[in-house]
Design a binder for this molecule. Structure first.
Ligand SMILES: [Fe+2]
Length: 386
């Protein structure tokens, strides 16, 4: 039995619901912030989201500067550029506006701007010695859950690797989750990020260090994803579906601080680091094969996943119900338009051994896997997912 004591944390404030982002100016004023740096990417600027939020903040008498240099799967170097922009602007707080990349850069830049050093100094668990500047997170995708986690993931282009910074000081002081900010996300990104959420929930729920308290968030995230992801992808303006996925992503994110993910995320790192496959897409092509490998470790939990995804499991053996969970995940992934295999992502088959060597070294996550996993197993799973 896993008797681990969990230390559950989250941002001090979680403001959630349609229109929630309109409360940001007031929240900043109440905190006494006089100038903020909005950290975002050019897509969010072009979509009009960053300018609209900038205007609203300025109308409340708070100064704004914008750093729009965030890229997908951002390189570590972007943190330094962002921290310099923060200092040059004389800002006192950071507003991370965008997908997980913008929020992750904002988190680390708030630390680097306050404490000095470079992002590399803080890689690992618990390496940040104290709090950074105030950070407010406004996600525009429903996926990473970064707005409620103590984690930032950055790309090391030289080493072709993703590196994680995990620290209690990375929690934003407020997460403002507004489905209205998500309606213009294109179908493919909605699909990738939504499947990332599902992966967070499944990997936390079936985790070697799963905790019943966190299971409640995980199962509800699986249910919400099963109910809403197809609709959010096929009809992006459906606010009810967007709101459902926003809840799913937040619930999935709440699983990460105290339980976290496992083999799928570890194995997705080389796909992102070496072949630039978007994070959620990398997870999705690997998820069924990892579930198949892990299923014997906990048939009951995999059966419960099938149920949470809306499958009828009455009358089935636990094993058959567990297999149904894998089928349900595959069907969802097909329905939201995700390519069914690594072969369609431009990854040469002969890259698998090196990828397996890379993935097995992500011990921070591999150690969470419910079934003990070796480099040979990892290779076999990559083959299965090819
Ligand atoms: Fe993820």
């Amino acid at each position: 039995m896993n008797n681990r004591i969990i230390d559950f944390r989250m941002p001090q404030s979680l403001v959630m619901g349609v229109g929630a982002s309109r409360q940001l100016p007031d929240i900043l004023r109440k905190r006494g912030v006089k100038k903020v740096l909005i950290v975002t990417d050019q897509g969010i600027v072009k979509a009009g989201l960053a300018p609209a939020i900038r205007e609203a903040i300025e109308a409340a008498g708070v100064g704004v500067a914008v750093f729009d240099g965030v890229e997908p799967d951002p390189r570590i170097e972007i943190v330094a550029a962002c921290a310099s922009a923060f200092r040059a602007a004389g800002a006192e707080a950071v507003v991370g506006l965008g997908g997980g990349s913008s929020i992750d850069i904002a988190k680390v830049a708030a630390v680097v701007a306050a404490l000095g050093g470079r992002a590399d100094d803080y890689i690992g668990i618990g390496k940040v010695p104290g709090p950074g500047f105030l950070h407010f997170a406004l996600p525009t995708t429903a996926g990473t859950g970064s707005e409620v986690t103590p984690i930032a993931v950055l790309s090391d282009a030289g080493e072709h690797l993703k590196k994680g910074i995990v620290s209690e000081y990375l929690y934003p002081c407020a997460a403002i989750v507004d489905p209205e900010l998500m309606v213009s996300v294109p179908p493919a990104v909605t699909a990738y990020t939504g499947m990332d959420t599902l992966t967070h929930a499944i990997e936390a729920y079936t985790n070697r260090f799963a905790a019943p308290f966190i299971d409640a968030f995980a199962l509800e995230a699986i249910r919400e994803t099963g109910r809403h992801l197809r609709r959010a992808v096929t009809c992006g303006i459906d606010l009810e579906a967007r709101a459902g996925m926003a809840r799913a992503a937040t619930l999935g994110g709440l699983c990460l601080g105290s339980v976290n993910t496992a083999a799928v995320h570890a194995m997705a790192y080389p796909l992102g680091g070496t072949f630039n496959v978007p994070h959620g897409l990398a997870n999705t092509v690997l998820l069924p094969a990892v579930m198949e490998f892990n299923m014997p470790a906990n048939l009951g939990k995999f059966a419960a996943i099938a149920e949470a995804l809306g499958e009828e499991t009455r009358g089935l053996s636990r094993r058959d119900a567990a297999l149904l969970a894998i089928e349900a995940v595959k069907e969802l992934s097909v329905d939201v338009g995700i390519p069914q295999g690594m072969r369609y992502l431009g990854i040469p088959r002969d890259a698998i051994p090196a990828m397996a060597e890379g993935a097995i070294q992500v011990t921070r996550l591999m150690g969470n896997n419910p079934r003990t996993i070796t480099v040979k197993d990892v290779q076999k799973i990559y083959e299965d997912a090819y």
